[in-house]
Ligand binder design. Structure first.
Ligand code: SF4
Ligand code: MSK
Length: 643
């Protein structure tokens, strides 16, 4: 079991589940192994029913599909379709947030209000909406409507693209990849990848890039910015993480998925006095609301509520026997949950009309009746408390500080009087901080759970690279104790530790959920605007990684980082290895086009080396440092670091 995860809470429950013949994602992964060799290389196509077709990876026949498609076209079509699916998931989330903001503006009784007026003003200004002598509701209604127009726009440019540095925008215009409307770009990917349309892998990838940019600078950015207006912009906040946050004596409600509109109302409902009294009547001492996956990140960042675990821990939370209800909405929810719920008393409750699961109870959630539905759900969980049988809650839990939005990074580094990215840039220029890395994405049972995330991040911070995280990767590193200010002394290199100590921040900054990768794009643009580190994102000493990725959303994120000029390394492998021509396009030609490119490296040490080398090259190019050799720190050396 120790091979499966670096987290003792996970291995403990996996052992127990194995004894009781309870199946989890790891068992199913073993049953699927070895995976189909064509699929893993991206070489199978089922885009029409003359197929399915596959290309022989060893140069023998068949080298073309029935229609005549080559390997690189098949791989490119599959890859761009992954981008489209990922961009669709993030962007549909963004659309729902815009609709919720419109509701909050038009109907103050609906249970939502506008929490961050400063951010509202800022976004309104960016969107060209006048704010003088207008109520926040009037401004918010215009902001929401303007954001919604970005989804269906047929021509022109999506609004948030303006936040990118000018040279970056110019490059995109030159390449013809500025997104027109978010929905339009996704539809066009689906059209071009239909049989007999786009037969040129480079041309397909231009549209792939445009769809990915419509996610990062479109749908995801709409989601993040408007969520901040509605629910508040995160600022540093303490929290706890791992399955040990589940309570032995309180009703445990675990919310899992992605959209904070649901989670926010569950927060309110779980604090309702009548419901707390009902919980006490049922024999509990109160209600504990915790989260899994990105919804967990959202409620942690805004309320300090605990995180039970990342994506691979969803079944394990149920197998503690201590969860009265798991409430899910959309994305990353395993269809196996009803099966594991049958072995325990846990109720599985679906809430989105877009995501139903056979065997779950469905409480349809709509923004108009959100609080009422949330209370009904909490009540159902409370009434399930007396059905609790044997419990086995692992003791593991870890403290962390989260909530590093781009605004709060600004404030932390610059202080209230000169809040700006100047101190960050200064520290990068003087070499205390060598560079910045975004380490994000999922977990994947093909690799040891959490291990690649944690090893990579430890290596980066030991080499004075400030790490910004989102998603399940952030949860992995939080569980490993890398998100406390004290971890700077323990794990970071001397320069980074000095900065962290002066500011009181951890060396690894938790910036939120998957859609909040847009915060990293804005932070990078701010670094460029402040000056001293080049004229474009591709000049900055920065790099990105998704060490244990699995979802199509990760591919969309990777592509919008590459197209924004960031060197981006994926672990595990990528379903493109079947075509050298296409791999060459992503790994090499992309750099000439965007100044950023993809790389694949499953080993965390080598992944760190690639990122550090890239950062050093950029530093050299900027004339701020001669390339320094990477230092591999062992625990002893880390302890000896002088602060
Ligand atoms: Fe085969 Fe071409 Fe149809 Fe794909 S589109 S399944 S390669 S015939
Ligand atoms: S939840 S997309 S497993 S990060 Fe955003 Fe985690 Fe990946 Fe889902």
């Amino acid at each position: 079991m120790e091979e499966k995860s670096r987290d003792n809470a996970v291995t403990h429950l996996l052992k127990k589940n194995a004894e009781n013949d309870i199946e989890t994602v790891w068992d199913r992964a073993a049953q699927q192994s070895p995976h189909c060799g064509f699929g893993i290389r991206g070489l199978c196509c089922r885009n029409c029913f003359m197929g399915p077709c596959r290309i022989n990876p060893h140069g023998k026949k068949p080298q073309r599909g029935v229609c005549g498609s080559t390997g690189e076209v098949i791989v490119a079509r599959n890859f761009t379709r992954m981008i489209a699916a990922g961009a669709a998931a993030h962007s549909d989330h963004g659309r729902d947030v815009a609709k919720t903001l419109l509701l909050a503006a038009k109907n103050p009784d609906a249970g939502y209000s506008i929490k961050d007026v400063n951010k509202l003003q800022k976004v309104a200004h960016l969107l060209g909406i006048h704010t003088e002598n207008r109520s926040k509701e009037e401004i918010a209604a215009d902001v929401a409507e303007k954001a919604l127009k970005d989804f269906g726009r047929q021509e022109g440019e999506i609004s948030f693209i303006k936040l990118a540095p000018e040279p970056r925008q110019a490059k995109w215009r030159e390449l013809g990849v500025v997104p027109r409307g978010i929905d339009r770009e996704i539809v066009e990917v689906m059209h071009r990848t239909h049989i007999g349309v786009d037969q040129d892998h480079r041309n397909l990838m231009l549209q792939g890039a445009r769809a990915a940019l419509s996610d990062g600078w479109g749908g995801s950015m709409v989601a993040t910015e408007l969520q901040d207006i509605l629910f508040g912009t995160p600022s540093p906040i303490r929290g706890q993480v791992n399955l040990g946050v589940l309570s032995e004596t309180e009703v445990n409600i675990v919310v899992h998925g992605h959209e904070p509109a649901l989670a926010e109302t569950l927060v309110l409902a779980s604090q309702d006095n009548d419901l707390i009294n009902l919980a006490k009547k049922m024999g509990a001492t109160g209600i504990t609301l915790s989260g899994i996956c990105c919804t967990a990140n959202e409620i942690l960042l805004r309320h300090g509520l605990p995180i039970a675990g990342n994506v691979l821990q969803q079944e394990l939370a149920i197998s503690t026997g201590a969860v009265e209800a798991m409430i899910v909405d959309v994305q990353c929810i395993m269809p196996s949950l009803p099966e594991i719920c049958k072995c325990f008393h846990t109720k599985l409750i679906t809430t989105s009309p877009k995501g139903k699961i056979e065997g779950a109870e469905h409480f349809e959630f709509s923004e108009e009746t959100a609080l009422h539905t949330a209370k009904e759900i909490v009540k159902a969980a409370i009434l399930n408390f007396p059905n609790r049988d044997k419990m086995d809650i692992p003791s593991e839990k870890m403290d962390l500080i989260a909530g590093f939005s781009h605004e709060s990074i600004n404030y932390m580094l610059g202080g209230s009087f000169r809040s700006s990215y100047t101190p960050l840039n200064d520290n990068v220029i003087n070499g205390r901080i060598k560079g910045v890395a975004g380490v994000v994405g999922c977990c994947n049972p093909k690799v040891k759970h959490d291990q690649i995330h944690v090893s990579l991040v430890e290596e980066l911070i030991a080499n004075d690279i400030l790490v910004v995280q989102t998603g399940c990767s952030a949860i992995a590193c939080a569980k490993a104790g890398l998100m406390t200010p004290e971890s700077a002394v323990k794990y970071a290199g001397k320069g980074l530790a000095e900065v962290c100590k002066a500011v009181g921040m951890p060396p690894v900054l938790h910036s939120g959920s998957c859609v909040d990768n847009s915060r990293i794009l804005i932070a990078l643009s701010e670094m460029v605007k402040v000056g001293g580190l080049g004229n474009d994102i591709s000049d900055l000493p920065v790099a990105g990684a998704a060490p244990e990725w699995m979802s199509e959303k990760a591919i969309s994120i990777g592509q919008y980082f590459v197209s924004s000029g960031v060197y981006t390394v994926f672990g595990v492998g990528m379903p493109i290895s079947g075509s050298e021509i296409f791999s060459n396009h992503l790994f090499k030609e992309s750099e000439d086009m965007y100044g950023g490119m993809w790389a694949v490296e499953p080993e965390p040490d080598k992944m760190a080396a690639l990122m550090i080398d890239h950062i050093n090259k950029k530093r050299e190019k900027l004339g701020i440092e001669k390339t320094k050799k990477r230092v591999l720190y062992d625990m002893e050396m880390r302890r000896d670091l002088e602060i």
